[in-house]
Design a protein around this ligand. Sequence first.
Ligand SMILES: Cc1ncc(COP(=O)(O)O)c(C=O)c1O
Length: 305
Amino acid sequence: MSAADLVLLLNDRLVPARRATISALDRGFVYGDGLFETLRTYSGRPFSLAPHLRRLARSARVFRIPFAAAPAYWQPRVRRVLRANDLLTTDAAVRLTISRGPGPFGIVPPERVAPTVMMLATPLDPRLPDAQARGVKICFFPFRLAAATFPSHKTLHYLPAVLGKMIARRHGAWEAVYLGADDTVLEGTTSNVFAVARGRLLTPPLHGILPGVTRQVLTTLAKRLGIPLREQPLTRRALLAADEVLLTASTIEVLPVVRVERTRVGDGAPGPITRALQIEYRRHVARALAEPRRRRAPRTRAQRT
Ligand SMILES: Cc1ncc(COP(=O)(O)O)c(C=O)c1O
């Protein structure tokens, strides 16, 4: 699907991407004054919609951008976008973007704003199944990030991620990993990082990184599987010496890493703990998506879409 063929939900109206317009003074464009979320849908059903909306709502409160976060409001809109893009029967990535809306020009925002709200759905990266099966390479982002970029919020300031993904592509890598000032591993440009050392799952603490929805799910699954998990600072060296490394994010789920720059991870194939987590994650998603269905009352014909 080319970008021009997309149909967007822009300010609650379905519009073909090639005809969709926003103001040239939109603060999202002029100042990166906005936020976003990306979640994954499985055969038309969003996974972890509520935690994604909660994270967005929390950031919206911090930056004082009006945003209505009720899952009951967004659920049917996700379906509308999926249906308009013929993505109801496959898995897809759904992105919800909100900006503070149009100007006037000047950094201080006006008292009253009309946020621009856009939702789009795209097919998943076609390389993903192979990457999940065989594992991927990652590299390190060559610059240190300042906390002033608000790493714990998904703001529209994603230039480091854009650069990181370009660097990763140049290295033949899937992802670039941000390092802190003291060479500690922070997170990927669009993923959280875990390592396995001596049977223990390690992940950097929630300081200067995004509180990933998938990261949170993984901590629960590790407990369920009896895998000891520790949130602790992880040095670059420790990552290079790890027995297993994996990335998490809503779209990629649990993605094994088999190479960190020039260093092979373990024996160069996804390790047993990563495999166990991949399987458990899939089971967890299947259970979570089946739950509300079982509880939901049968729909009338008019409700069926
Ligand atoms: C910087 C960053 N860290 C981590 C993640 C993973 O978050 P989640 O598991 O909520 O998709 C993302 C997702 O895009 C991200 O942009």
